[in-house]
Design a protein around this ligand. Structure first.
Ligand code: AKB
Length: 310
């Protein structure tokens, strides 16, 4: 088997950055990017691209055989805010794409999988700083699909020896590709609108504190976990770097753009945010595969504003 990597959902917020990083690391021909639609611009750079619906097992099987794929990153998913509007579509996409890659690994057609979980697995009864284990009772469509996915990853790992690795991503802050349909998307829009309009209206209240992370840290964590010999297979790890609210971000932006104005008008996404913890404990990730973040809020704000200005 060739050691090629396939990224499903390559045009999304995380997928775009993973493709770029992995192509730099492994070589452009070793990384096959794919999504349900073609990329809108040249963000993915040079290298093979395939249009694939991740819920179509046979289409996936063909591409995997054609390119002799070893590792799959399954980044295609419907996020929390959109999933509340389309529960059945979210369940279909989030679960069937996962079953497809798990079954391909069970049949030894691929060797290794990365599947993203989320802080959305936690629910209103989880302690405000969520431990790795504990009360995990989500009350959102997206959270339910992520919790079910975690259980299936664990099951395939224990029962069939599938090498599947997972992280419970916090809300991710990045500038290259806009996120689609998440509750934490405000944390990107706030920077863009601060530069474009000098103001932003947040759909979450000023003090909605959530676990958040700059994208570079999230990509580092993903690749570190995938390359680790000590990480537990089938386990979805909490990782943390900052626990911040829209008011914290407003303050941080004001340090660089003193006239910036932020107003608050919570909508339906407030309820989703209220069901998530403000922070997570990530000792397991620190101990089992040396996880350590590099970006705090101040550094994130600098990076975001500089990159978006460019
Ligand atoms: C969302 O807001 O839905 C995602 C997530 C926290 O998984 N960013």
């Amino acid at each position: 088997m060739e050691d090629r990597t396939l990224i499903l959902g390559a045009c999304g917020q995380i997928g775009t950055e993973l493709v770029t990083r992995l192509r730099k690391q492994l070589g452009k021909d070793k990384v096959v990017a794919s999504d349900i639609r073609p990329p809108e611009d040249d963000k993915l750079g040079e290298g093979p691209f395939e249009i694939i619906d991740a819920t179509n097992y046979f289409a996936l099987e063909d591409v995997i055989a054609h390119y002799e794929i070893h590792t799959v990153y399954l980044m295609a998913a419907m996020l929390s805010a959109t999933a509340e509007k389309f529960p059945m579509k979210a369940w279909h996409l989030n679960m069937n794409s996962l079953f497809n890659v798990l079954n391909l690994a069970k049949e030894k057609k691929i060797e290794k999988i990365f599947w993203p979980s989320s802080i959305a697995v936690f629910g209103p009864d989880t302690p405000d700083t969520a431990p790795q284990q504990g009360i995990i009772e989500p009350n959102t469509v997206y959270g339910i699909s992520k919790l079910a996915g975690e259980h299936w990853c664990n099951y395939y790992s224990e029962k069939f020896g599938v090498d599947v690795r997972s992280i419970r991503y916090p809300g991710l802050i990045s500038w290259k590709t806009a996120p689609g349909g998440g509750t934490t998307d405000y944390a990107i829009a706030i920077y863009k609108e601060a530069l474009e309009k000098g103001s932003y209206q947040s759909y979450l209240s000023a003090n909605s504190t959530l676990p958040m992370m700059y994208m570079d840290d999230a990509i580092d964590a993903t690749l570190q976990l995938m390359n680790s010999d000590t990480a537990v297979r089938g386990k979805a790890y909490n990782i943390r770097s900052m626990s911040i609210s829209p008011a914290d971000m407003e303050q941080s932006i004001k340090e660089q753009i003193p006239d910036f104005k932020c107003t608050y008008k919570p909508d339906f996404r407030q309820k989703i945010a209220d069901s998530w913890p403000s922070d997570v404990e990530d000792q397991d990730a620190q101990i089992e595969w040396n996880w350590k973040p590099k970006f705090d809020l101040q550094k994130t704000t600098q990076e975001m504003l500089n990159a978006l200005r460019d």
